[in-house]
Design a protein around this ligand. Sequence first.
Ligand SMILES: O=C(COP(=O)(O)O)NO
Length: 249
Amino acid sequence: MSCRKFFVGGNWKMNGDKAKILSIMELLNSSNLSSKTEVVVAPPSIYVSYVKDHIKPEISVSLQNCHEATSGAFTGEISAEMGQDVGCKWVILGHSERRNVFGETNTVIGEKIKHVLKSTNLNIIACIGELLDEREAGKTLEVCATQMKAIASNVSDWSRIVIAYEPVWAIGTGKVATPSQAQEVHVDVRKWLALNVSEDVAQATRILYGGSVTSANCVELALKEDVDGFLVGGASLKPEFIDIINARK
Ligand SMILES: O=C(COP(=O)(O)O)NO
């Protein structure tokens, strides 16, 4: 198995309230989590300080998104600097819901990546993934390569980047990619990194799988050499998140 540290992120999206979030934090705080796994949780931004104040320090807190500016007349937005100010260590950028629901382009995502790396100490979970019709048209690798190019052209420090491959057709659908499907794309993303950045970056960069990961499918997925962890949505607010964190004990 690779020397890359296993990584499990919980993307809580726009879900939860203080009571529900407290209950999952109490479970995480009281559970025996594998020391071989790096754990990050991404609450709704309004709860970031609450989570930071109640979660055990071994678990890092992430923003789910940020604006590409430090400050300004952007009503409703938050900056990466604000996340860092309240103790975040990570930010998710380019999630498919930001792309497909809110219209974020590869260009905007690239600008956000450049800004976060230049102006903060936050690490980035950078998301890629194809739509169902793109997969059915055999364009998965083409789409992911285009997204990777927009990410890579703005990265000044690869040690602060984790890539999350999240096929859109698997997100929230219960239709998880097979381990072979995930491994195939992860291998191609790693090859893309080797060709376009460097072999060292390709070997060091963690590539997560996201899309209907559960306690029932995580162990088989985690057995794949190039699956370095998960970015989990729905299951990350349930007790089974503990099993997913411990998928590669
Ligand atoms: O969007 C996801 C995955 O969501 P699900 O696990 O609910 O498919 N991660 O960022």
